[in-house]
Design a protein around this ligand. Sequence first.
Ligand SMILES: NC(=O)c1ccc[n+]([C@@H]2O[C@H](COP(=O)([O-])OP(=O)(O)OC[C@H]3O[C@@H](n4cnc5c(N)ncnc54)[C@H](OP(=O)(O)O)[C@@H]3O)[C@@H](O)[C@H]2O)c1
Length: 316
Amino acid sequence: MSQKKVIAVVGATGAQGGGLVRAIHADRQGAYVARAITRKLNSEKAKALTQLGVEVVAADADDPPSLERAFAGAYGAFCVTNFWEHFSAEREGAQAAAMARATRKASVQHVIWSTLEDTRKTVPLDDGRLPTLQGKYKVPHFDSKAAVDHVFAEEAAPTTYLLAAFYWENFIYFGMGPRKAPDGDLVLALPLGGVKLPGIAAEDIGKCAYGLFRRGAGTVGQRFGVAGEVLSGPEMAGKMGRALGRKVVFNDVPFDVYRGLGFPGAEDLGNMFQFQAILGDEFLRSRDPERSRALNPELLSFDAWLSANSGRIPIG
Ligand SMILES: NC(=O)c1ccc[n+]([C@@H]2O[C@H](COP(=O)([O-])OP(=O)(O)OC[C@H]3O[C@@H](n4cnc5c(N)ncnc54)[C@H](OP(=O)(O)O)[C@@H]3O)[C@@H](O)[C@H]2O)c1
């Protein structure tokens, strides 16, 4: 019988959890084995994990007893929520709190919670620079995660806090890729307010989480922001252009214009980018590529990510 310690992974069919499952699975000599958690055992992504030889179990973050069952017997648990599936800060908070409590009920020994900053500590609700959203948030998908940190600290098993950076995959899947300008050049448009953006290959987030599980109890209570590289808008456009073999120019979109674009989540993301600009160097320091590389020696630079992925970037 396997003596390996089980790490139960929420979001195993997604970017963060999937990277962690694959990192654990790739380390055949390692001390851990992954248990993938999904709501949909019959999805293509779940079936692919089963075919890889990973244990796949069903649970739903909206159904707390199902989480307890999925965490039972596990040494570790990776907890992530997906705000973008429902856009509700309240629901995200309830899902995360359910995960936190289930880890303690299941006697898990080490939890990693994928959280983000409480932007209201920097920009209080009465600060008009950012419009207040969903009644009590400045950046709902950040604040709702941060609001549950204390539940992890007080009611969960021992927890380490992981803060992801902007996924470079947003250029592929999230509609943030370059668009054709009338003159034929490509334009990469993001509202950065002149500051640099920490970014990361999504697969590296799970690899960093694996590094934290390997470090173990010594990381409990600590916060680890992860990034592959910190680049300005023109630097990203230049690298993207070289990878695509086309000129790409950067357009630093005003925050108000971005918030008004009308797509679901535009105000939230506009506030997020402006929050990052307001926090400035402190935000950059919170996601340090060297500290991330110490967790994950395979950490990709943007050039390395582009050389593997530029062919997948849709040109709008
Ligand atoms: N995109 C970025 O640049 C970025 C940067 C930092 C942080 N984030 C954060 O990353 C989070 C999303 O993580 P991701 O990108 O890894 O997700 P993802 O690739 O979109 O996949 C979502 C995962 O969550 C699982 N899931 C969703 N609802 C669930 C529920 N009720 N119960 C159990 N599992 C559930 C899904 O599993 P099944 O469908 O198989 O059940 C799937 O594995 C968001 O909250 C976002 O704020 C994103």
